[in-house]
Design a protein. Structure first.
Ligand SMILES: Nc1nc2c(c(=O)[nH]1)N[C@H]1C(S)=C(S)[C@@H](COP(=O)(O)O)O[C@H]1N2
Ligand SMILES: [Mo]
Length: 542
């Protein structure tokens, strides 16, 4: 039946959008039960992340920061809504056409879902069931959009009983809806019936969305996490020196609370890994492949260490750095058990969601506290920080070392394998560059004239910070006082008292590492291997 002329375009678009909402709501609840990242919107967003060129990704991280994922999912949703509206408008001509549009959509969703590295056999189900629900809703809604408007006058009918065939329409006039005919029947647009259908569709979409939300609220990671009793470490961390935290208002605390710890990853939906099912497989260039369960890991001699993690995407003065006390097993112990071959120079670690890091073997084996960590600041790893197990390697940026939800280590060579970020324009190896940051005063702050404190943090992981200097308005460098540190693997707080005169002032900072190397003032962008330059803030003193 051709409802093209009788159903206005806006009503078609509305039907399309509501049908789309039903499709997504149903897909969401099915995905919540089966596998949360099989939700097609998430899978498509994931595919966008993986396929988009590095500069675009960097721009997104810079522009949207930690809300980049929200923005992306929002963007995908806007596109989906627009396409659903178009499908609805087309469906007025033929419901088949609309169904074909939906099917095409489902194929795109399915492709995104099934090409995920961790895709399971059932993962396509949410997309398929969602598309069927959407198609059903669309047919129902368009059926409701028209209503019989009495018998057609027989004298204009070409032939009784002939298949439904569009006839000439009677144009809409004020107060009288357009009608059309199918066989002997005249049809008119029925706004009221459509709206009742729309309300019903929205109710279905809302209810299934809500159900999906409730179901995905209690995920296996969260429940399993609460049940873990942390064993005592064989090698505890040295007690924190008294003066490790200067406790200044506005200065980053020495230990970053888990809830404030920065998060950077490619996962749109946080992988939910049950420690009961978790294993870590170590294979490749080894004498004896090893497979560990979570219990195996907990039974080994444990090491606890304070380590500051840094992201290569951290701009000078940026927030993607945090310090925590980690508990885990030394990677070197496990690798020695496997027996590394002499030609191996890279550990290609893979996460439960298919992300990979390439970590230099020599760094992990040189005696530093490179860990398979399962606890952070005295609690089991938060799910978004890699529960049940992640890597932490002092001195290397996260993208080459800190694999969260780690499940597999292939011992290999840099000339054989490429990790996730390497073909995307980032350096193969990522040692952390020495940096320092001014936490207070803040950029643009108005400060009272007189004695005030300038303070911040500096880091040069696994070498340590030996000095921090500050200068005002390009003047002489002045030594800041340094807080104590437990070792070379954490950041170090610093502070300087400043007798601030009225006016506009610029404060700059630079650090020198324990090997005597002073941080360069030369500015470099974050790609390919980390930003350089001195952090500066401008303040107004009154
Ligand atoms: N599975 C997985 N692990 C990952 C990443 C990722 O995208 N996926 N990102 C890495 C990067 S770039 C950084 S900086 C750190 C950040 O760890 P955090 O989120 O716990 O702070 O995790 C690393 N581990
Ligand atoms: Mo990172």
């Amino acid at each position: 039946m051709d409802s093209n002329k009788v159903v206005p375009a806006w009503a078609g678009a509305l039907a399309g959008v509501v049908a789309g909402a039903v499709a997504l709501g149903v897909a969401y609840v099915v995905a919540a039960v089966l596998a949360p990242d099989s939700f097609p919107v998430v899978a498509v967003a994931d595919a966008v992340v993986d396929l988009s060129p590095a500069p675009l990704k960097d721009w997104a991280i810079r522009t949207f920061g930690e809300s980049d994922k929200t923005v992306l999912v929002g963007g995908v949703s806007v596109v989906l809504t627009a396409v659903a509206a178009v499908i609805g408008v087309l469906s007025r001509r033929s419901v088949r056409l609309g169904q074909a549009g939906l099917a095409l959509f489902a194929v795109v969703g399915l492709l995104a879902v099934l090409t995920r590295p961790d895709a399971g056999a059932l993962d396509g189900l949410s997309t398929v069931v969602g598309a069927l629900a959407g198609s059903w809703a669309l047919t129902l809604l368009l059926g409701r959009a028209v209503t019989p408007a009495g018998e057609a006058r027989t004298d204009v009918l070409a032939g009784e009983g002939s298949p439904a065939r569009p006839g000439p329409e009677e144009p809409a006039e004020a107060g009288r809806p357009a009608v059309m005919r199918a066989g002997a029947q005249l049809y008119a647009f029925d706004r009221r019936r459509l709206m009742v259908g729309v309300a019903g569709g929205l109710a279905v979409a809302g209810a299934s969305g809500l159900a999906g939300q409730v179901l995905s609220g209690r995920r296996v990671g969260d429940t399993a996490r609460a049940e873990i009793a942390l064993p005592r470490p064989a090698t505890p961390a040295a007690p924190l020196p008294r003066g490790a935290d200067l406790r200044l208002d506005g200065l980053s605390p020495f230990v970053t609370p888990n809830k404030d710890f920065y998060r950077v990853d490619t996962a749109i939906v946080v992988p939910q890994v049950d420690p009961k099912d978790w294993t870590l497989r170590i294979h490749g260039l080894v004498d004896r492949p090893v497979e560990l369960t979570f219990d195996d890991l907990l039974r080994r001699p444990l090491t606890e260490a304070d380590i500051t993690l840094t992201c290569v995407s951290n701009e000078v003065g940026g927030p993607y750095v945090g310090n925590a006390r980690w508990l885990g097993v030394r990677m070197a112990d496990v690798l020695r058990q496997a027996g590394l071959r002499a030609d191996a120079d890279m550990l290609l670690s893979t996460s439960a969601d298919g992300f990979t890091c390439g970590t230099p073997v020599d760094v992990v084996m040189d005696g530093r506290d490179a860990l398979f960590a399962f606890a952070m600041n005295g609690e089991a790893l938060p799910v978004e920080h890699g529960f049940p197990v992640r890597q932490v390697v002092p001195g290397l940026y996260g993208y080459v070392s800190a694999t969260k939800w780690v499940v597999d280590i292939k011992v290999t060579r840099f000339d054989t394998d490429k990790a996730y970020w390497t073909p995307r324009g980032w350096a193969e190896k990522g040692p952390i560059k020495t940096q320092s940051r001014i936490d207070l005063p803040k950029q643009g702050q108005t400060v009272q004239a007189g004695r005030t404190t300038v303070a911040g943090v500096a880091w040069a992981q696994h070498t340590g910070i030996e000095a921090v200097e500050v200068r005002i308005d390009g003047g002489a460098w002045q030594r800041a006082r340094l807080a104590q540190v437990p070792g070379p693997d954490t950041w170090r707080q610093w502070a300087l008292d400043w007798d601030a005169p009225a006016g506009e002032h610029t404060i700059e900072v630079r650090a020198t590492d324990a090997a005597g190397r002073t941080q360069t003032g030369q500015q470099a962008p974050i790609a390919p291997d980390g930003a350089t330059g001195w952090h500066s803030v401008s303040v107004r003193v009154v």
